[in-house]
Write a protein that binds this ligand. Sequence first.
Ligand code: FAD
Length: 419
Amino acid sequence: MQNYKCKSVGIIGAGIQGVCVGFQLLKKGIPVTIFDRTDPRENNFKPASYGNAGHFSPYAVLQFNRPDILYDVPKMLFSSNGPLALKWNYIPKMLPWILHYLKNCNTKSMLHTAKNMHQLLNLSMDAYEEIFQEIDTNGLVEKNGIIYIWTNKNLKSRNLEIKVRDDLGIKQKHLSQKEVLDLEPNLSPVFDAGVIYEKAMHARDPHGILKKIFELYLKNGGNFTKENVNSTKQINENETLIETEQKIYKFEKTVIASGAFSKKLTDQLGEKIPLDTERGYHVHFKNMENLISRPVIFLDRGFGLTPMNQGLRAVGTVELGGTKNPISKKRVKYIVNCAKELLPQLNEHSDEWLGFRPTLPDFLPILGPSLNSKNIVYAFGHHHLGWTLGPITGKVISGIVAEEKTNLDLSPYSSSRFN
Ligand SMILES: Cc1cc2nc3c(=O)[nH]c(=O)nc-3n(C[C@H](O)[C@H](O)[C@H](O)COP(=O)(O)OP(=O)(O)OC[C@H]3O[C@@H](n4cnc5c(N)ncnc54)[C@H](O)[C@@H]3O)c2cc1C
């Protein structure tokens, strides 16, 4: 076991997970080929890793499988002007996810998710720093903190978030409305209070950072194949196949890092994994990024503003509706209206984008070997935190592929919890 060295790995997906896994495998001297239907260096590369809010959020341990949120869901769903929306035509398909989700909306499950997200998030910034040593992040990363604001309407939820983070030793500073406005004087005073994570940083261009990591991966000897993958399977103890629309490729091991699209591949492997997507949106307000100095997230509205190189990015909301439904103009309008509520000086927006958060109903990712095909390793399901978790996922998954020992408890991330 000690001297085991994997001979070759194919990775399906060149989002932040796939590229970081590839980067770490090369460091171990293992040859890698990444497959993606789009090339990360091209302008049509627009998955979740491109269009996210750019927060590095190591503090975001609490997710949406919470009893307090459950009570608010029906109200949110029936309001066309709220942070959560449904595409009703997709509900029958999403039923397994919804049933699992409801089962996980209790205090025990919430705290299990928080503890095991914390295990990964706690290591996430060191893993990024390791990569940042090797790429030029000038103009791409800003360390100015991240602010969350709210009205006094949902104080029960806010107090719960603050308590869970306090219990885990996460540093946060409470702000009155005045203190928020001292930091961000252009905001309208439509909120009551907030919190700042002073040490938090944000990406001014997530796609720009991903491209740099990908280029480093290529420079270090990584291969890339721009093809759509139809399936993968293990054919014997030492071989897996990746079948694309053009060809069949052989690797000793395969990693599935296909974000919200991973389910198609895991279904073929005979595992019932309830992966689905929480759709999210962004628009840009060009040349308006200087109106704020750091990301501001308005929790009541489920949306935020991030100053980026492309402009001020207004981003967020959750829409349950699968990957095939078209972009919803109502959701875009909702985000634009929320942005103007906070910054009335905003005018025209551009670049309407829809992205797919890959989400499991217990809000933990799946990191580990397939139950039926041990040489196929899963690296997906990072929901709202996949941008933050890319580099630590790279470290964890490359260790699993290389069969190294770890002090981390990886059992909570196994797909066995659904099978
Ligand atoms: C609106 C929004 C805001 C967000 N904000 C944040 C944030 O601020 N901070 C944070 O930490 N996270 C955030 N996230 C979450 C984060 O962006 C995602 O969790 C993360 O990008 C997922 O990365 P990934 O590599 O797993 O998937 P993706 O980025 O989706 O990449 C998967 C890749 O696989 C490829 N692929 C899929 N199937 C195939 C196939 N069959 N053949 C070939 N290629 C295939 C796709 O083309 C794609 O390039 C946000 C997400 C959204 C939508």
